[in-house]
Design a protein around this ligand. Sequence first.
Ligand code: HOZ
Length: 428
Amino acid sequence: MNHERSSLLFQQAKKSIPGGVNSPVRAFKSVGADPIFIKKAIGSHIYDEDGNDFIDYVGSWGPMIAGHCHPDIIKAVHDTMSSGASFGAPTERETILANMIIEAVPSIEMVRMVSSGTEATMSAIRLARGFTGRDKIIKFSGCYHGHADSLLVKAGSGAATFGVPDSPGVPADVAKLTLTAEYNSLESVKNLITENINTIACIIVEPVAGNMGTVPPRDGFLEGLREICTNEGILLIFDEVMSGFRVAYGGAQELYGVTPDMTTLGKIIGGGLPVGAFGGKRDIMEKLSPAGGVYQAGTLSGNPLAMSAGIATLNILKQPGFYKTIEEKSRAIADGIASAARSAGYPIYSTRVGSMFCAFFSKREVYDWPTASRCDTNAFSKYFLAMLNEGVYLAPSQFETAFVSASHSDADIENTIAAASRCFKLIV
Ligand code: HOZ
């Protein structure tokens, strides 16, 4: 497969953009290649500047759940754009989308729109601190909640991929307020709480971890966190930037029946446009400025284009059978890849929750960061490059999630599994 033009564009980009990309996860550095530069995407397919056609399992890191260029979303954005792109003043669409989110997500009684998942998590943390009057927070190794200072501690996603889970530039005095527990270990959480009694504002967790590969919560883990938080006066924050409106219409909290105090949401509620949100119980959210004193702001928050795209997206997701269909497709793909690996004599550890899945290059169970980090990343790199060459676009890191959209067709599924079969045989 020819990548000549992508490589040329990358060389040019590196002269003016650090590392040639505007977000580290886009670089193919950890898999030893140059990134492909994208020209366009339609439905389940993405096309690069060299005219190559790929079945897309990145989906802009999650939000393209309805497929690229869904006509309803295009129409909504187009219609809105013709009335103005941004006002920095309230519009009715913000309340419409807020009410749709409140209706969908069990924990959310009030919601504040922002422009990214990072903004959502950092603002939720500030609000938790303001509400409780406590400074420390607990997060989990390998979970990623955006790139705010207090959350870039033992972080997943690109931070794990590039080996900088504790980034330079985060002041030690800030980092020391972030305590890290192991995912799926209530014991590690209890130990931290015992050592830091009455000083912890919140526990933030991806209820389905998606930034160290896909790691589902073990039975009782989320319930246990809920109980601990309730007993200790700690706020429980579900970071549903990935899982919200993805694993179920009401997110992981609907799927597992555990209600956090606050929830963060990301780009899926903007159909891929820059948007995020955080919400929760009314008494907490009313502490937010201008109702309360905890300051948080943004000119582009509730941007009209993003709100219109979000409303159109949620209307698509609400259609009966949407989640059942996408789950069936996802099961067929994840099971097909796992069985292709087994047939090739290369057993992987396969995980899936709804339409999020991951093939871990590990023969053993993966349930937290220590077990995820033991995967054979060299073998993953070979698999990734071979799949790309076969026309299948996966995230260029073992520590990311694959996303399926409603537009993935039976032919896409068959072709993906057939490609995986050939690729596993190559790397055995
Ligand atoms: N964090 C997202 C994937 N794990 C993608 C956003 C980004 O870092 O560019």
